[in-house]
Design a binder for this molecule. Structure first.
Ligand code: SF4
Length: 62
């Protein structure tokens, strides 16, 4: 898989900034309002979700 985000959900506060900032429709939401990586293949590695996450729980991996 190409570059895509992984989320430390244990430390996610469900702020949902990643959904707001990602323009590639990578993220969805689970029942707790935390993000799911529904479309990792859409990620272009822009890092907007990484830099705008208030708790810095998102990493990009190859
Ligand atoms: S790095 Fe960019 S394209 Fe990839 S999930 Fe984050 S905001 Fe979306």
């Amino acid at each position: 898989m190409a570059i895509h985000p992984v989320i430390d959900l244990d430390n996610c506060i469900a702020d949902q900034a990643c959904l707001q900032y990602c323009t590639k429709d990578v993220y969805g939401l689970d029942d707790d309002g935390k993000p799911t990586v529904d479309h990792p293949e859409n990620c272009d590695g822009c890092e907007d979700c990484v830099t705008n996450c208030p708790t810095m729980v998102i990493s990009l991996v190859e």
